[in-house]
Write a protein that binds this ligand. Structure first.
Ligand SMILES: [Zn+2]
Length: 433
């Protein structure tokens, strides 16, 4: 496939800067940015370093410091920079996070997690993959576009946010609350991916964790009539919920590896310490991952209805608690602008056929989708986040820098808001399940 002139210039510019990109990445990884809620110093020093570098390179920086009395200095930094394009009301944002998880057990690391080591084309350090590679790739994509001074169809920018590894309370959630994004924006969250860069994640399942406590009456096991066996009621209830939920919520979505909703009885709390006592309390948990087509409120209502029936039948009290409830936003359309332009860039730069996927986990992409903003989650990674000896492949760092820089140049907004053209479907690999 012949490449257009601006794409060729992007490729040769990034290749020419490859050593500088790698050197910068190593310098950034030396700055510990472990999330402060996980025992680390937080993002501040890394943010200062990034802000200085962006300013030195002529990028106008916006800094949003969010108050956090729990860290030295009292604030959590979020940084942004953008280049202006023809349509000044629309933005393509690459959103990555500065914080990392802790290194974990040092014994499992072959090298110092905060002194990056390059070996066999990989950079080993905590945060190299999650989310350092994407942060550096998007930053250098922006610098490449600035250097080449190519006309952009709309603004192109980056956000480097705080607190993704904990709860995004001082990062994305704050930025969304301040209305810094718009429904017309194109959001790319490069914080999950696949080894060949084929998978563009456009949908996530809703997450629902629940805890159910059944109260009976504890007695000696030889005298069951005197008591009420909470364990038996709990087991029956768990089995009924399992059957009912899996039977009722059975729609399929081919985007997902596990294409239906899942309702799994998981954790069970220990009850009595000995065999000859009938338990007076039983506690079980469910992990539910529900396709975005369903409402979690409906699921919850069904569960509560069944619990009421059990209370009546067994003359007992059953307590229901939400441990975690995160509804999924609507899936991003396969023909949305962001999905299309990313597909084109991946196809041209990485030379692979992209495919659209859904995941059972959740990323900050879901927070944007809940606001009605189309969002694609993508990067080229071996998928080793949070692991000891975490690494980033230098080839992926350079490749993704090119993809991020090329994407806005392949934009199709001139053809209308949806931006599809018939040729696009040819390189979109359909997943058949
Ligand atoms: Zn991450």
């Amino acid at each position: 496939m012949a490449l257009e002139e601006p794409i060729r210039r992007v490729i040769s510019s990034v290749d020419g800067d490859a050593q500088a990109i790698q050197d910068f990445f190593v310098r950034m990884l030396r700055i510990n940015a472990v999330n402060p809620r996980m025992g680390g110093p937080g993002e501040r020093e890394r943010a200062d370093f990034l802000e200085g570098f962006m300013k030195d390179n002529g990028l106008p920086v916006t800094r949003v410091d969010v108050e956090d009395s729990g860290v030295p200095g009292g604030v959590r930094p979020n940084l942004s920079a953008k280049l202006e394009g023809k349509d000044a009301r629309r933005n393509l944002w690459y959103i990555s996070h500065m914080d990392t998880v802790p290194e974990g057990s040092r014994d499992l690391w072959k090298t110092d997690p905060f002194e990056p080591v390059i070996r066999e084309g990989k950079i080993f350090a905590r945060g190299a993959e999650d989310d350092g590679q994407s942060l550096v790739a998007s930053l250098f994509a922006l610098l490449t576009l600035k250097k080449l001074d190519v006309p952009l169809p709309y603004n192109v920018g980056v956000w480097f946010v705080a607190d993704e590894e904990f709860a995004s309370n001082y990062g994305i959630k704050q930025l969304l609350g301040r209305h810094l994004f718009d429904e017309s924006d194109l959001i790319v969250v490069p914080d999950s991916g696949s080894p060949r860069g084929t998978d563009i994640e456009i949908a996530e399942k809703s997450l629902f964790w629940m805890k159910v406590t059944t109260v009976g009456k504890q007695v000696h096991a030889s005298l069951p009539k005197k008591g009420l066996n909470a364990n038996r009621i709990g087991m029956r209830l768990a089995t009924e919920l399992d059957d009912m939920l899996n039977a009722k919520y059975r729609k399929r979505n081919r985007l997902f590896d596990y294409p239906v909703s899942s309702f799994e009885p998981t954790k069970k709390e220990a009850n009595v310490g000995n065999v000859n006592t009938i338990p007076g309390v039983d506690v079980f948990y469910f992990d539910c991952r529900v396709l975005p087509v369903y409402s979690l409120d409906d699921v919850e209502a069904d569960i509560k209805k069944r619990i009421k029936q059990f209370e009546k039948k067994y003359h007992t009290t059953i307590k229901f608690e939400e441990v975690e409830k995160e509804p999924a936003g609507p899936a991003t359309a396969e023909d949305s602008d962001v999905a299309i332009l990313l597909s084109r860039a991946i196809s041209k730069i990485s030379g692979v056929k992209p495919r659209f996927v859904g995941i059972g986990g959740q990323t900050v992409g879901n927070l944007f989708r809940r606001e009605g903003i189309p969002t694609a989650v993508w990067s080229t990674i071996d998928d080793v986040p949070h692991e000891p000896n975490e690494y980033s492949k230098i080839a992926n760092l350079i490749n993704d820098t090119k993809v991020f820089a090329a994407a806005p140049l392949l934009s199709s907004t001139s053809r209308g808001p949806r931006g599809t053209n018939p040729g696009d479907q040819a390189f979109l690999q359909r997943r058949v399940l």
